[in-house]
Design a protein around this ligand. Structure first.
Ligand code: ACM
Ligand code: ZN
Length: 768
């Protein structure tokens, strides 16, 4: 180890002028950082890139390629430090148990990056890239190839060993060049694992030499669903795509050059339709099968009764393990329907001969047998949290996706865990409440990703050691092209990088927001798409203190611009927004953000109020909604907004996971009531089900309630439509209205989310 620069100047953290911490925009934020106010170093044509240690060529080349691509010049690489004006790469022993620690120092003479190992130097380079000036018109400031960077001292190291991003290439296929671009994004944000989801019901995307039909047949579907799951509309375009083994080798090397491990996922025993369509002997019914053209699962998994299934999978895995040097092989294991196994004679025979209790144990037998094979080749398996059912295979790592529970259970059984719960890590969920494009559903805003803590609160320190890290998942049912990929991952993946890399105590949501505009500029410099949902104009509807009318509050997190609004649709008059607007009757309101020159710089946000006797009145809920779908609490059910968008991410929906709704509205005085309705959402693809029943009651005193009717879906003519459940009343006088909606219960087999509790989503209670 050699200390190249001795910083003799006094370093301070803040300054009122010159370079300050406020000009440093590194994501993920480094562990330790000191800035030299107003002092700069200039990288120019004469700066030399000095490789003092061995094995640093990959980092140096990466840096030079980036300079060339985005700033139009390269540095001379040397082995010895002859120049004063230099970027020196070297090693330094740093006491961090995880690989990737580094120090980065910039002073008058140049830059020194010292890594604990090769990976550390590479991460030091990523940080240096974030010190370079960022501008979309990058050709302008580098006319004379001068890049001015702040003088700074950084010591940095990763918090978690596993920092992953996933990509589903089955629902939609992405070409080799784009997969490389995706890997570059991972590298820039210091992720170290790319989880490549290569096989599924809708396509088999990896060439296997021994089984050519997997790609000849399994890589094509005859058409694709249009719109949301359940739409029953299709295009008429044959959709194909797969990676040759040469493609895969190229990508694995490309990732390794960026210190990223590629973990392949070969799905089993469920999500196997593309394989079954290619080789029908692999299924219980022997087919024929077709590669799926719609989303959601198929009823046909691999047959775990037949020995030929294992022979096939072992042969496939042999080729997979040849291609992928990763310690871990992901074998899927999620959402496997077990109905076929119940009626399959060889499956039932297997259950008997192996002394298994049921089909869950048959799945466990299957996973253990595959694990044993993979362990025999010196590798380990990862499976989705369903592999806990029927007993965990002895050495398996669990990827917790249906929440945190799978991860908690596995950690307590002393198994390694990767956290990827849908509510924090599913980047296919919407990030905007005003999302215009179709997404799978859900609502996962930037702030929620940023504030995710991968170590579940329930675990003690010993158990917490099994949490290796976390991962962002990108399922691509509704993501058919690279621009949409980028729109979905950015900026949320940048936020996740800070969760995974930075010390917990360094995470600071306010400071991340400060760095966001530069982060956006960098995406633009790359020519990368991204979502600006974070700056959308937001509206919230608030109660009034006297329960007369409601208040419309408009806000934006953008520091630029003023909010204006319009009332109704018949006048062009605009008003400057200052305080929440009192609304006391049905009508339309629109808001927008304007710049100093009065030019509108946001989309118009519209709210349509629909008043009834319950609007704005006092309401209480027996159980509160889930924390990720809270709306504005119970009041949302009487706020006068009936959302037109059947999208679960709208803040108009209150979501209840596995729970009932029991609400009481106080109308303020006795009134003649002619009808009561409850608005609900039916979106099985997002695990949201209609209630099992809805009961309506009324009371004059709030104590004694009279039942007015109970409705069940499909059995009662009074159920108005799939969206609105209600009863008509005659000559009922009451001050209090009670609505009890019973949750659907457990999602049945064969449906997305089967086996978990259903969501119940409600929007509004209306009283006529
Ligand atoms: C999954 O999202 N089905 C693991
Ligand atoms: Zn079978």
């Amino acid at each position: 180890m050699k200390i190249i620069f001795v910083l003799s100047l006094v370093l301070i953290n803040v300054s009122v002028f010159g370079q300050t911490m406020n000009d440093i925009n590194i994501v993920p934020v480094p562990a330790e950082m000191k800035v030299q106010p107003s002092a700069k170093f200039e990288i120019n044509n004469n700066t030399e890139l000095v490789l003092e240690g061995s094995g640093l060529e990959r980092s140096a080349t990466f840096f030079n390629d980036y300079l060339q691509q985005f700033y139009g010049f390269k540095l001379k690489m040397t082995k010895k430090n002859t120049a004063k004006n230099a970027i020196i790469l070297n090693y330094e022993r740093l006491d961090n148990i995880l690989p990737g620690a580094y120090t980065l120092k910039v002073n008058n003479n140049g830059v020194s990056i010292a890594g604990d190992n090769e990976t550390g130097v590479f991460y030091g380079i990523q940080t240096l890239l974030q010190l370079l000036p960022v501008t979309v018109n990058y050709k302008q400031p580098i006319l004379n190839h001068i890049l001015s960077i702040p003088q700074i001292e950084i010591k940095d190291y990763p918090r978690f060993a596993y920092r992953g991003m996933h990509l589903d290439v089955c629902r939609h296929f992405f070409p080799v060049d784009y997969v490389k671009k995706y890997i570059d994004y991972l590298a820039f944000y210091k992720f170290n694992t790319f989880h490549w989801h290569l096989t599924d019901d809708q396509g088999w995307r990896i060439e296997i030499k021994k089984y050519p039909k997997l790609t000849a047949v399994g890589s094509c579907r005859k058409r694709t669903l249009i719109g949301r799951y359940g739409s029953n509309k299709y295009d008429s375009i044959r959709y194909c795509g797969y990676y040759t083994q040469d493609d895969i080798k190229e990508i694995v090397k490309y990732a390794a050059d960026r210190y990223i491990t590629v973990i392949p996922e070969i799905e089993m025993p469920g999500h196997a339709t593309a394989a079954l369509a290619s080789y029908p002997f692999l299924g219980c019914t022997k087919g024929p099968y077709e590669v799926m053209d719609t989303w959601g699962g198929s009823p046909d998994p691999f047959c775990p009764g037949n020995d030929s299934t294992y022979t096939f999978l072992e042969n496939v895995l042999d080729e997979v393990m040849q291609l992928f040097p990763s310690k871990y092989i992901h074998i899927g294991g999620d959402e496997c329907p077990k109905e076929r196994w119940k009626t399959c004679p060889v499956c039932q025979k297997r259950i008997k001969t192996e002394g298994l209790k049921n089909e869950h144990e048959l799945q466990s037998y299957f996973v253990r047998r595959i694990e044993k094979y993979i362990n025999g080749k010196g590798r380990q398996i990862i499976g989705w949290d369903e592999i806990l059912e029927g007993g965990l295979a002895p050495n398996a790592t669990v990827m917790s996706w249906r929440g945190e529970e799978g991860g908690i259970t596995a950690a307590r059984q002393q198994h390694n865990v990767i956290m990827t719960p849908g509510t924090y890590c599913y980047l296919d969920h919407s990030q905007s409440k005003n999302e215009d494009s179709v997404t799978i559903g859900g609502y996962l805003p930037l702030e929620t990703v940023y504030n995710y803590e991968p170590i579940p609160k329930q675990l003690n320190a010993q158990e917490a050691k099994y949490i290796m890290g976390a991962q962002g998942n990108l399922w691509t049912e509704y993501i058919s092209n690279p621009r949409k990929v980028e729109y979905m991952i950015f900026p949320r993946m940048s936020a996740l990088s800070e969760v995974l890399w930075s010390p917990k105590g360094k995470r600071d949501w306010q400071d991340f927001q400060r760095r966001l505009p530069v982060t956006y500029t960098r995406y633009r410099e790359w020519g990368t798409n991204y979502s600006t949902a974070f700056y959308d104009l937001q509206s919230s509807i608030l109660p009034t203190t006297n329960y007369n009318g409601v208040l419309l509050k408009l806000e934006s997190k953008s520091k630029n611009g003023k909010i204006i609004y319009v009332k109704g649709l018949t006048t062009n008059a605009t008003f400057n927004y200052s305080d929440p607007i009192l609304i006391s009757a049905s009508g339309n309101y629109g808001g927008a953000l304007t710049a100093a020159n009065h030019k509108i710089i946001s989309n118009w946000l519209w709210q349509t109020f629909s008043f009834n006797k319950a609007t704005g009145k006092k309401i209480t809920l027996k159980d509160q909604p889930a924390s990720n779908y809270p709306g504005s609490g119970a009041f949302t059910l009487v706020n006068g907004i009936i959302t037109e968008k059947k999208l679960s991410q709208s803040s108009e929906w209150l979501g209840f996971l596995g729970k009932d709704i029991e609400a009481v509205v106080d109308l303020g005085s006795n009134q003649d009531i002619n009808g009561i309705t409850l608005d609900v959402l039916n979106q099985e693809g997002s695990w949201i089900y209609l209630p099992a029943s809805v009961e309506f009651l009324t009371s004059e005193n709030g104590q004694n309630f009279s039942p007015q009717g109970i409705l069940k879906p499909g059995t009662n003519g009074n159920w108005l439509n799939e969206r609105k459940i209600g009863i008509k009343l005659h000559a009922v006088t009451a001050r209090y209205v009670k609505v009890i909606a019973k949750n659907f219960g457990i999602i049945p087999a064969g449906k997305p989310g089967s086996g978990t509790a259903a969501w119940l989503f409600a929007d509004e209670i209306e009283v006529q």
